[in-house]
Design a protein around this ligand. Sequence first.
Ligand code: GLN
Length: 604
Amino acid sequence: MPRDTPLLRYLQALHADLAAIDGGAVADYIPALASADPGTFGISIVTVNGTKYSVGDSDHAFTIQSVSKPFVYGMALTDRGVDDVRHRVGVEPTGDAFNSIRVDEESNRPFNPLVNTGAIVTTGLVRGDTEAAQWQRIVDGFESFTGRTLEVDEVVYASEAATGDRNRAIAYLMRNLGMLEGDPETILRLYFRQCSLLVTTDDLAVAAATLASGGRNPITGRRALDERLNEHILSVMQTCGMYDAAGAWAVDVGFPSKSGVSGAVVGVLPGQAGIAVYSPPLDGCGNSLRGIEVCRRLAGDFGLHPHRDRGHPAGVVRGAYRGGEARSTQTRTAAEYACIEAHGDDLTVVEVQGLVRFAEAEFLVGFVVDDPTRSRVVVLDGHRALLVDDHLLPMFAELADLLTAAGRTLVLAGFDAPGIPSGFDRLAMSFAQVDDAIEWWEDAVLATHFTGVGADVARPVTEQELLHGLAGDDLDAVLGALTYGALEPGAHLAREGKPADAVFFLLAGQVSVRLGTSLAPGSARVAAFGGGVAVGELALLEGGVRSASLVADTRVEFATLTVEDFTRISGERPTVRAVVMGNLARSLALRLRRANDRIRVLDR
Ligand code: GLN
């Protein structure tokens, strides 16, 4: 059962509507095609995400005919290279019928690979030492586009081979003009077989969606064609795909497409979807009447003309915030936070989202350069970026240079989507996650500006914020209950799910809070704590079990106060409980405020 969605319902209604179109004529110049049922009508759409929509006779198999031409052109380009192929087949639209015998008089070249003169030459260019090898190459090529095994309609093949005198004439003329190498009969057999491959609209929609996905089949995930050659094919389809109707098509519909005499039309919406229609009755130009109407209606109803204005480059910047507004997950002492926040304008984080193409890159670069704060450090947070066009690497390299010349630093963080070109993260200092970049900046600010005791120096336990305000015998009672310990990097201070029966005062080194059992660097790190800070302190409030693990990132020195001892001391000295709980409440309140700041920043 297909998924019931608005698009499926739309296609069902469209199919019902256009099934009423009468007229046109089923091609009969290949005798076996004349028996096609004019009422057969299928529509399929496959999105670049691989979602398929099929209505009507979408699994009816028919011969691919001229829709094969752009795909075989892609194979020839792959096998011979663009220059070699261009030498023998041009890329100019003709305004002629598909079987026109006219060639470019100056060069003797066929005008383009989508009319028969060019298509027959193109088929001859596909690699293979023998006819069988060439044929295997063609079949494999198609199957990489359809993702399904294909067969030949032997009846249609035999019918065209027996009657295709015009194509035979074309092949011999092409050899006479020096455009076709090898035996014309062999190449004609390959060409007729290629035209007789059996496909459905579901197959052709997958093939078209592959062209819409830069040459990568969205169902199999495998590349069928080099990305640059894919563009090349789409350009030729755009100008030459609809034979002599190409001009009107370009205005009314606009997206690259290809039709064939069996009644198929495929359309490609680059970056969006592939469309395939089958309905045998043809108009005077040899294009499927209903096929054309489906494309016209889709183009009009969904605004699919490729020249529509779709630019919203400002959307590339999701938001920006300063170093004073969002802390890293590295927890600091109150004095350190005060220092970081006082230098907040030293850092700007720009959140980048979606596709970064020419206009978006221009906007993003302008946003950074024009930012009146002129932060010394600018972090581009790319974890919501889906794509950076690889042609724009020099623009970002220039941005890095420009900032450096102004005494500023560009930092990249979180650019790891499949659409990010390799080498992008080498244009500037880069981090796996924006949190790492912010922490790096905070450390740099503290190293330069913090006048208190640094995190690398062990702090006396009496400096712990949780113990502030305790004095005399009260303080001594607590200090007397402490036990001291040390851990090597990677060791657990506490484990998720185990009883929460103690609070740890960190004296030196760093501990991180992690969810799950993985110890991989950066994995599920929720927060990190350094010397002077207490961890696991919620044990004093609720006991129960640990909700996360505490892992030593470096060598850690710490003091432990068990809940049992704390409860005992509190029983003897009620002020200890009051002071410690007051401190705990204050520290939680501060942490909550920072968490809220962060949510506000990330949410806007
Ligand atoms: N096999 C057909 C031919 O060359 C293909 C033509 C087409 O689909 N327009 O005549």
